[in-house]
Design a protein around this ligand. Structure first.
Ligand code: NAP
Length: 531
């Protein structure tokens, strides 16, 4: 077993300048851990960002192959942490070993996939428009562009994914793959897990000869740590996963800097599901079962949790809601990540229940006992009331479903039009109702980053085509994704070169195409050299 220090990890060194500490808490027993973790101080935050900027002076010119070697090594070192990593994270989050084992595979898989993408090389998005010296009325210059790393990136770990959206999760993997040093603000819910990751990453840094400032871990259970980090003048971008309140505060602070920087924050989402009438008729039982399984997966603590379900009113709809309520009530309440998640859920549900237009069908309360837990909850309102009350779009981060029942197709359209931005939307429909579902599908496309047909939004594939983002308040940057390999674009900045001599151009843009990558040359995808 590793003896944990409770220290910050700054550019390869452990650091403990502060005097205030916090511990993790086992959510199954509410008992505190034995290791005292030190909140990072202003000096430590400065040291981490300054070391990252120093490291960037070297890594900005590293080849893709060299960056790829580091990513592979990091994945190997994470796996080498073995069962201790799984057990530590399970103790800090209560997520369970099967789920955590899968999440570890996803995390190392992301790093390894980025390594492959780097070795292939086309991720720099080389675009070349060659000169047209004879163009009238004026000649066209030669313009060539590609993407470059942006500089030191701050990543805020999420509470609900201690591996895949944390110290070496998707934001960090994509920032590293782009060629940037990363400073992680660890989530206070799983500091021991974060420390184990830091040890593995530092071993990978040493083995691959990267500069020590390539990675730092700042521990902290106070907003000051994050706030000071974002304000540091040498920081270039921020990746965040968490609450709307936290993400918005970070975004606002970054915008108020003397030199604002981009914040890629993935925040609250209620992930609307629309169930069309024929789908209820054809498969009420499997639909209710599938939806309940998705809504209670991981005790509902997924950003893609299907929190709100739209239906047209009918006897079948009312029967479906009752059957769904019974299924939710029969499922055991899961363990929540921590006290803040439990109290946040309690407040959010209470705020919704306080609206006179909302009826609670089951649940709505904290479950007494050893663990942090909230009863599986089902509530109901009307389409008209939903459309009139923006407060009904609050995120209930847990096993909670709000049904919105519309009396007519027009009322349903009005309710869907009122939706704020979300990560996903889902339609359940039969082939016989494609025409009637299409207008809703078109409408929902304006609201989300990912549209599903006859599926469930939990479970986000890590592939090139993935879009895990959406209009505000789902994110602060709707044109980008935090899952999937185009996520690397967030941490790269395009630069165009006009009329540069070939030998001054980066290899990716040279006439001979020495890297043999895909490029768009005069509008056509090609691996050809330019004659
Ligand atoms: P959070 O409160 O937003 O915290 C996430 C991280 O941001 C933590 O490291 C936190 O630091 C930091 N932070 C929060 N507010 C900040 C501020 N004003 N300035 C600087 N840093 C700040 O999220 P959480 O702890 O994971 O969970 C709380 C709630 O977030 C949940 O109940 C849920 O509603 C929502 N959530 C949503 C998603 C999603 O994907 N949609 C995922 C997770 C959580 P400190 O804790 O040290 O203050």
């Amino acid at each position: 077993m590793t003896t944990l220090t409770g220290n910050n990890f700054i550019a390869g060194e452990t650091s403990q300048l502060g005097t205030t500490t916090f511990t993790s808490v086992n959510p199954r027993t509410k008992q505190p851990g034995t290791v005292e973790f030190h909140n990072a101080t202003a000096e430590e935050i400065h040291n981490a960002v300054a070391a990252a900027a120093e490291a960037f002076a070297q890594t900005r010119t590293y080849s893709a192959a060299r960056l790829a070697d580091f990513l592979d090594k990091a994945a190997e070192e994470i796996m080498a942490l073995g069962d201790e990593l799984l057990q530590t994270a399970d103790m800090e989050t209560g997520l369970g070993l099967p789920r955590l084992t899968g999440e570890r595979g996803r995390t190392t898989g992301q790093l390894q996939s980025y390594a492959q993408i780097l070795r292939e090389g086309s991720y720099v998005e080389a675009i070349i428009d060659t000169a047209q010296p004879d163009r009238q009325p004026a000649p066209r210059p030669d313009i060539r562009r590609m993407r470059f790393p942006i500089g030191p990136v701050a990543v805020f770990s999420a509470s609900n994914f201690p591996f895949a959206f944390a110290v070496a999760g998707g934001d960090t993997a994509s920032a590293w793959a782009a060629g940037n040093p990363v400073i992680v603000k660890g989530h206070p819910g799983h500091p021991a897990t974060s420390e184990l990751f830091a040890l593995a990453i530092n071993r990978a840094i040493a083995a691959t000869g990267f500069p020590a400032g390539w990675f730092s871990l700042l521990q902290g259970a106070t907003v000051e740590v994050g706030q000071l980090l974002i304000q540091h003048p040498l920081l270039e971008a921020v990746g965040f996963t968490g609450s709307l309140r936290g993400g918005r505060a970070i975004y606002d602070t970054a915008a108020q800097r003397k030199r604002p920087i981009p914040v890629y924050a993935e925040m609250g989402s209620i992930n609307p599901v629309l169930i069309m009438p024929n789908a209820v008729t054809a498969r009420a039982e499997t639909l209710a079962e599938g939806l309940a399984a998705s809504a209670t997966l991981g005790a509902g603590q997924y950003c893609t949790n299907p929190g709100i379900v739209f239906m047209l009113d009918s006897a079948e709809t009312q029967n479906f809601i009752i059957a769904y309520r019974d299924k939710m009530a029969a499922r055991p309440a899961g363990v929540l990540l921590n006290e803040q998640i439990e109290s946040g859920l309690e407040h959010a549900v209470a705020a919704t229940q306080a609206r006179s237009t909302v009826h609670t069908l089951t649940g709505g309360f904290v479950v007494d006992g050893d663990a942090f837990s909230f009863a599986n909850t089902v509530m109901k309102t009307s389409g008209a009331d939903f459309a009139a009350d923006a407060a009904l779009q609050i995120e209930h981060f847990g096993p909670v479903t709000l049904f919105v029942v519309a009396a007519s197709p027009d009322e349903l359209t009005t309710a869907l039009q009122a939706l704020h931005g979300n990560l996903t939307a889902t339609i359940h429909a039969e082939a016989s109702e494609l025409d009637s579902a299409k207008p809703y599908f078109d409408l929902l496309r304006e609201k989300v980053g990912r549209l599903l047909w006859n599926g469930y939004p939990t479970g986000v594939e890590v592939v090139y085509a993935q879009m895990h983002g959406g209009p505000y308040p789902a994110t602060t940057a709707p044109a980008t994704t935090s899952v999937g390999f185009t996520g690397i674009q967030r941490f790269m900045r395009p630069v165009a070169f006009q009329n540069l001599p070939d030998q001054l151009l980066p290899e990716a843009l040279r006439n001979a195409n020495p890297l043999h990558i895909w490029r768009i040359i005069n509008g056509v995808n090609s691996k050809d050299a330019i004659q």
